[in-house]
Structures are given as C-alpha cells and as structure tokens.
Design a protein around this ligand. Sequence first.
Ligand SMILES: *Cc1c(COP(=O)(O)O)cnc(C)c1O
Length: 234
Amino acid sequence: MGHSTTATLSSRFNRVKAELESACREAGRAADSVQLIAVSKTRSADEVAELASLGQRDFAENYVQEALEKITALPGRNLCWHFIGPIQSNKSRDIASHFAWVHSVDRDRIARRLNDQRPDGLPPLNVCIQVNIDDEDSKSGISPEQVPALAALITTLPRLRLRGLMAIPRPDSADRGASAFRRLAMTLSSLGNTMPGLDTLSMGMSDDFDVAIREGATHIRIGTALFGPRPAKP
Ligand SMILES: *Cc1c(COP(=O)(O)O)cnc(C)c1O
C-alpha cells in the first residue's frame, strides 16, 4: 500500500470524522452518540487493514463471499463486522457465524435461521430490521406497519438481540431524506414503548449522513466518502 494512498484514506477518514462531529454539534448531540461504520464492499483487505490501522473498528459488507475472504484475511485486529446486504437463506449460516451485527433482517424465516445458526460460543447476534421507508419497489425491507410483528418474533429468539431499525431513503428526495429518516425514528420510538433496549437507528450514507444525524441516527454506514468512488460492477 503506497504512501499516497494511505495519505488519501487518512485525510478522507479525518474529514468524515470532522463532519460527523460537526453534525452532532449542530444537533446538540455528543460526538460519541454516533457510530461510524466503514462500508468496505468492493474494497480490498489491504484497504480495510489500512483504515483499521488508523483506528477504525467497525466495517460493513453486502456480499457474503467477499466478506468472508476479508474477515479471514484480517484476524486478531478486534474488528467488528456488520452485514448490511440482502440475505439469501443459503448464506444465513455464514452470516450467523462471522458477523457481530446484521442490519438487513426483513423476514421471519431469516430471523429464525440466524437464531438457529448462531454458534453457541458467540454472544447473541445484534440485529436491525430493514424498513423500506419510502415504499420503493427496488428496495429490500418491510413496511413500517409490518415492523411490530417481526420485532415481536425476534425478541422471542434467544440467540438474536434486537437493536433497532435500518433504512435507505430514496436517493432523489428534495429534503435529502429528512422526512424518511424522521419516519424511521418515529417507528423506532413507538416500538420502544413496548420493547425496552432498542437503541439503534442505522441510517445515513455518504451523501446524507449529516441529515441522518440531525434526525437521530446512531449508526451511519459510510463507503464512498471514506474509500472514494466504488469501481463500477461488471
Ligand atoms: C453501499 C452501502 C452503503 C454505503 O454507501 P455510500 O454511499 O458509498 O456511503 C451504506 N449502506 C448500504 C446498505 C449499502 O449497500
């Protein structure tokens, strides 16, 4: 890894952290109330290692096979891995075995499989329910109305720990996702009336994390702003 690449990654990392802190300040929130998750999909294990050496601990991946290669290539660094992609049934065992968090749980069957497949020696898997907050055909996730039933199921599964909700607003809204983020926050807070311990709003990406922080995000998932533009998929 060349010196100039490190310098670029390091300056992007510092810029994102500064923007996170200023968004928190403007929102009257403590800077440590928002967790920065580095989305490392399409990035090499070397790039992950580089960012880890700068102090980043939380990394997120969308594709299981790609993730497993990096996770096995980077042992013993105390990294925390988050799964944020669509979940196929035949991949649930790998996800349950290798990740600490799953942000994209969207159906009963997957919740049950993750619970059954979570290895005994590991702590319960932290999960968020993915909500299709703008009701887009192209997006995964369930409607806000369906959230209470899935949440209720997850709380009966001992190897899962329900933490909160995740969403990706439509990319082209005039308010940069503000009303969608607010609806997600309201969905979490009404769920919290009957379910204690929910503490996670996983929302905000490179283009809108300042807005998400203003609306209460606790976990922001940042790829491009840290690593630069992703290579186009073949
Ligand atoms: C790719 C991805 C991100 C990161 O997006 P950027 O715009 O590159 O920050 C965040 N969340 C999910 C679910 C993603 O798939």
